[in-house]
Write a protein that binds this ligand. Structure first.
Ligand code: GUN
Ligand code: ZN
Length: 442
């Protein structure tokens, strides 16, 4: 049923171009006192309040957010919902961390009630962080996908999720088989892919935990279902890379393991890619595959520094988005993640501009996922997924942002000092799904 139109008033900040192609300050589109009109879940007009107010449909409800920013909802290109219970687990790098913390946590998802409870809590945390789309790893259990996507369907968010495929080098209670993994994934695609806003990702965990036969089966699923995604991990940690070399001696690189199985193409999303070279960047560019940059995770596990500006080299740009990678990542907040991305970029001598950081969390992430005609931008025709950012969320922010002389400076202060406390409200599919000041969810 058609709902009453809503118009949000505030400082609209979105993109008209990529800040890695045009000058960052020219990439931004801002409306200091703007209105975003939402009709039936879609944005139908954006412009100056002074102009648009007189043209609104007669029954429009106007919600004023004052000097808060109206941005596209954040898009998290890589995150694990079953790992929320083990976020902030001490003392290990990747492979030991998986064994010691992650596999036991994921084993608990054999119980569908654990999956449902965790999915609800995870969704609440996403909304609290202003995230309206995420590419989500579930567990090896098919029901873990049902739990998460059912919650997303209830809330109205556009989510991408998949059952983890894992048929070796994992505890017995977390392994599937080539056949079971294929059949479960095919059934989940039938159940969920394109159901409302929900999308499916074929999800082989990484090369270490899948046999070559399972990777082949994943390739068949990916090729056989147009529009589905494929997500996995790539070249995160040096010990991991050495293990992949030993397991696949006949392949020329880690990426080639996936390429050989038909897993590299549009809608492929590779998490991390910290330790890849020019050949792999070129292959991702030409194949339209995407990389998910997960700075808080790479720092937390001591994995290394992703070369963002090499990935985005305008001579052969690779589609790239930001990922939080919780539970190796230390926050679901994209503001925090942007702040860490700035520091990681500096480690290789590059200055990440605030507009570039926000683009990687919104329009750029949407582009990386081939969803940039639907989400990631505040413009007519786009789905009404929005996040409202309060520049005065804390006393220090209020005091510091008072001194800002440009929107770029304001964005930089927000990404450096801000976190989920700045998210005043989150809108998904034209509905308010989080309101900070009344502490209410959808
Ligand atoms: N590589 C394989 N599985 C995982 C995971 O769950 N998290 C991270 N960060 N890396 C991985
Ligand atoms: Zn991950």
């Amino acid at each position: 049923s058609a709902s009453r139109p809503v118009a949000l008033r505030g400082r609209v900040v979105t993109f008209r171009a990529s800040p890695f192609v045009v000058a960052p300050s020219d990439s931004l589109l801002t409306e200091e006192d703007g209105l975003v009109l939402i009709v039936d879940g879609k944005i139908s007009a954006v412009g100056p309040a002074a102009v648009l107010t007189d043209t609104l449909p007669p029954d429009t409800k106007v919600i004023s957010y004052g000097d808060s920013l109206i941005s596209a909802g954040f898009i998290d290109t890589h995150v694990h919902y079953p790992q929320l219970p083990v976020i902030a687990s001490w003392g290990e790098q990747l492979l030991e961390w998986l064994e010691r913390y992650v596999f036991p946590a994921e084993a608990a998802f054999a119980d569908p009630e654990v999956a449902k409870d965790t999915a609800k809590r995870f969704m609440a945390e996403l909304l609290r962080s202003g995230t309206t789309t995420a590419a989500v790893y579930c567990t090896v259990h098919a029901r873990s996908v049902d739990a998460f996507l059912a919650e997303s369907e209830r809330v109205g968010t556009r989510m991408i999720a998949g059952k983890v495929l894992m048929d070796r080098n994992a505890p017995e209670n977390l392994r599937d088989t080539v056949r079971q993994g294929y059949d479960d994934s095919a059934a989940l695609i039938g159940r969920w892919h394109g159901k409302g806003r929900q999308l499916y990702a074929v999800t082989p965990r990484f090369a270490i935990t899948s046999t070559p036969e399972q990777l082949e089966a994943a390739g068949e699923l990916f090729r056989g279902h147009p529009g589905v995604f494929m997500q996995t991990h790539l070249a995160e940690n040096t010990e991991e890379i050495e293990t992949v070399r030993r397991l696949f001696p006949e392949r020329s690189s880690y990426l080639d393991v996936y390429d050989h199985a038909g897993l590299v193409g549009p809608r492929s999303v590779f998490g991390h890619a910290v330790h890849i070279g020019e050949t792999e960047f070129c292959r991702c560019h030409e194949s339209d595959a995407a990389l998910a940059h997960c700075p808080t995770s790479n720092l937390f596990l001591g994995s290394g520094a992703f070369r963002l500006f090499d990935a985005l080299d305008p001579r052969r740009p690779v589609r790239t988005g930001l990922g939080t990678d919780v539970g190796a990542g230390t926050s679901l907040s994209h503001l925090r993640t942007m702040g860490e991305a700035y520091k990681v970029a500096l480690m290789s001598g590059h200055r990440l501009h605030a507009a570039q950081a926000f683009w990687l969390a919104t329009a750029g992430a949407a582009h990386s996922l081939h969803l940039d005609d639907m989400i990631g931008t505040v413009a007519p025709g786009y789905e009404a997924d929005l996040c409202i950012l309060d520049p005065r969320a804390t006393p220090l922010l209020a005091w510091r942002t008072e001194r800002c002389e440009s929107v770029e400076e304001l964005l930089f202060v927000l990404m450096t000092l801000g976190d989920e406390r700045c998210v005043r409200a989150t809108w998904a599919n034209g509905r308010r799904v989080w309101d900070r000041d009344s502490a209410t969810f959808a």
